[in-house]
Design a protein around this ligand. Structure first.
Ligand code: PHE
Length: 340
């Protein structure tokens, strides 16, 4: 019994001398480990003469309880002291910059589209959306390209396994949809959307890309209206000093057809690498809506006329932001996307 008392006193004294967690752990092993002194002392009850056994057992358990409790208290005290120490000596540097939260943003293609929408909205154009999966009839035939017409070779088409169903190669079939919906009323719309062409992917061409089609139909819509619209658009997007040049061209669904260039935004027409020395940048195809197309849309070409244009906003944004590779748009590289 006196050994137990001595054990308790010694253990308590040593416990109070423990000043850190490591010392506390060593103490715990010494007294409460597998071969710990308290554990062995409790086990010893079996070898005590039966007459003293009960009293010994009670005392041993008391010692065990006292020491367990004392250990818990010491442990709590040491933890508290450690926290206190770290708060006072290490401090908290509130001037340290925080970790930035990554923020999402609009894709550059979306931004440019929205800029284009804003300009045409100001000019009184509405936005009309039409389908990306088209039929041969609307993508080609109703646009004045009968089957086997060589003009179809202007576009490399993705055909589906359903005959006559394809991915639209341009937004021009949207002209048919909007005309058939609104005829014989006047029209002033833009038709933005994704187009698809089975082309070799290069720095200038992708198999998927946006186009923004424009269509205006009325009693007396002329080439002058088309020209004014395009010049206003180019100056709003690229600056008031922009010059626009018109060249004759060919599209089956417009007559006459034109190709529109803008003076180079880098060299203002002097000639540089961007404009390949020509001083001009191509921005869109356009023309007066062909009488056949007007008729297919439900309009009488003897009574009304219209203009149409089609542009590739990715190419336009390439000019605006000096993006030298069209493949960057859909490459999903954050180093590119986070620049806009
Ligand atoms: N659809 C033509 C193309 O994709 C562009 C265009 C549209 C030309 C409207 C004239 C009028 O190349």
């Amino acid at each position: 019994m006196s050994e137990l008392t001595a054990l308790q006193d010694r253990a308590l004294a040593e416990l109070n001398a423990c000043s850190d967690e490591a010392a506390l752990r060593a103490w715990n092993t010494k007294y409460f480990g597998k071969q710990g002194e308290v554990v062995l002392a409790v086990k010893k009850v079996g070898s005590v003469p039966p007459a003293e056994r009960r009293a010994y057992g009670q005392h041993a358990n008391q010692v065990k309880e006292t020491l367990t409790k004392a250990h818990e208290e010491r442990d709590a005290l040491l933890k508290e002291q450690a926290l206190e120490r770290s708060l006072t000596t290490e401090g908290l540097d509130v001037t340290l910059p925080g970790r930035p939260v990554p923020r999402g943003r609009l894709h550059v293609a979306t931004k440019v589209l929205r800029e284009i929408y804003a300009i045409f909205s100001d000019l009184g154009f509405q936005i009309y959306r039409s389908r990306e999966v088209e039929d041969d009839l609307t993508n080609f035939e109703l646009l004045n390209m009968p089957p086997h017409h060589p003009a179809r070779d202007l576009w490399d088409t993705f055909h589906t396994t359903t005959p006559g169903v394809l991915l639209r190669t341009h937004t021009s079939p949207g002209q048919i949809h909007v005309m058939r919906e609104l005829a014989p009323r006047p029209i002033r719309v833009i038709l933005p959307g994704m187009c698809y062409r089975y082309e070799q992917i290069t720095v200038r061409s992708e198999i998927q890309f946006h186009q923004v089609e424009g269509l205006a139909i009325g009693d007396h819509v002329t080439m002058a209206d088309l020209k004014g619209t395009i010049i206003t658009f180019a100056r709003r997007l690229f600056g008031a000093e922009r010059q626009v040049r018109i060249r004759s061209s060919y599209f089956p669904f417009t007559e006459p057809s034109i190709e529109v260039d803008m003076d180079c935004i880098l060299c203002a027409g002097k000639g540089c690498a961007l404009c390949k020395g020509s001083g001009w940048l191509e921005i869109m195809g356009a023309g007066m809506v062909h009488p056949v197309v007007l008729r297919n849309g439900g309009y009488d070409p003897a009574k009304c006329s219209g203009f149409a244009f089609g542009m590739g906003p990715q190419r336009i944004a390439q000019l605006k932001y000096a993006i030298d590779d069209i493949r960057l748009y859909w490459g999903n590289d954050l180093r590119f996307l986070s620049q806009f």
